[in-house]
Design a protein around this ligand. Structure first.
Ligand SMILES: Nc1nc2c(ncn2[C@@H]2O[C@H](COP(=O)(O)OP(=O)(O)O)[C@@H](O)[C@H]2O)c(=O)[nH]1
Ligand SMILES: [Mg+2]
Ligand SMILES: [Zn+2]
Length: 282
């Protein structure tokens, strides 16, 4: 029987069968021996009340542990806290590298103008959502993007992830306005990942804090692969003078020309150069 893991707490899993039946079960010891652990989002075979097989994953992130993500939503508040775009750009590059489709969601637009941030991503091809709670359609747009897919919201504490999920589906009743510190240390030791199920068949995880999935994958991006992780750079027409151009200081570089002309946002290019220097240093 094929089932979807919708919740993982320690070594106990809540799985949902195609007919909607829900059961809790552990996983066979073999996984531990193989060094893999089932996680929310995994498609599994349940046998005798036990997870007996994990089907191949299309992707996975480590913290929080989630598999088979159709989209990872980076939730960013335009203020309080203001976004760190360099870190965001690193996460986005790793997403592209790991073949996880990202999206950007800007919140708290009642407090500040999102345009200075959002405009930098217009030509990336990443979907950009601007959530204004006075405009119901802006919330529905995010809801519609979750339909029938497995997604996760990620972003710093306090950016409004839980608020947005509650606005999307009033039945979820996720607690808001709490910092992870307030939850206490004990809470962190119980690793819990939940996929909420929406009316439109969407499944979405509300992940606390910015996930650190980046570090391990980040280390794998080779310098020559990095430009492809910035879609608007990969899309620049023409060729640089040197076939192995890293788009840093080389003459005849079409990427730097695109930055000069404004076709590529300066901040995006700066994030690229920082990553390139880090990748080359390895
Ligand atoms: N002004 C304003 N406040 C918001 C908005 N979204 C969330 N908040 C507030 O920001 C705080 C943190 O929200 P929360 O959803 O708990 O953030 P999370 O840590 O990312 O889940 C709460 O006090 C929310 O009421 C928004 O769009 N505008
Ligand atoms: Mg929250
Ligand atoms: Zn170049």
């Amino acid at each position: 029987m094929d089932a979807l893991i919708i919740k993982a707490v320690g070594g106990l899993y809540t799985v949902e069968s195609p007919d909607g039946a829900i059961q809790q079960c552990p996983a066979r010891g073999i996984f531990r021996m193989q060094g893999i652990s089932p996680c929310a989002g995994d498609r599994v075979r349940v046998e005798d009340g036990c997870i007996a097989e994990i089907y191949p994953r299309k992707n996975a992130i480590i913290r929080p542990p989630l598999a088979n993500l159709d989209r990872l939503f980076f939730v960013l508040s335009v203020t309080d806290p203001a976004p760190n775009l360099q870190i965001l750009d690193k996460f986005l590059a790793v997403c592209v590298y790991k073949e996880i489709a990202p999206a950007l969601v800007f919140t708290k637009v009642d407090l500040a103008d999102p345009a200075p941030y959002a405009d930098r991503y217009r030509n990336t091809g990443f979907p950009v959502y601007i959530v204004d709670y006075d405009d119901r359609a802006s919330v529905s747009a995010v809801y519609d993007a979750l339909a029938g897919k497995i997604s996760a919201f990620t972003g710093n504490s306090g950016v409004g992830k839980s608020t947005l999920l509650n606005a999307i589906d009033g039945g979820l009743q996720i607690r808001t306005g709490e910092t992870s510190r307030k939850l206490g240390r004990g809470r962190h030791t119980t690793r819990e990942t939940v996929l909420y199920t929406l009316q439109n068949g969407g499944r979405v995880a509300d992940t606390p804090g910015f996930s650190t999935f980046v570090t391990e994958a980040y280390a794998q991006i080779a310098p020559q692969e990095l430009p492809d992780c910035f879609p608007e750079m990969a899309a620049v027409p023409g060729q640089c003078r040197y076939a192995d151009c890293r788009h840093l200081k080389e003459p005849g570089c079409v990427i730097r020309e695109a930055v000069r002309s404004g076709a590529i946002a300066k901040s995006r290019y700066e994030s690229y150069t920082v990553m390139m220097q880090e990748a080359a240093a390895k």
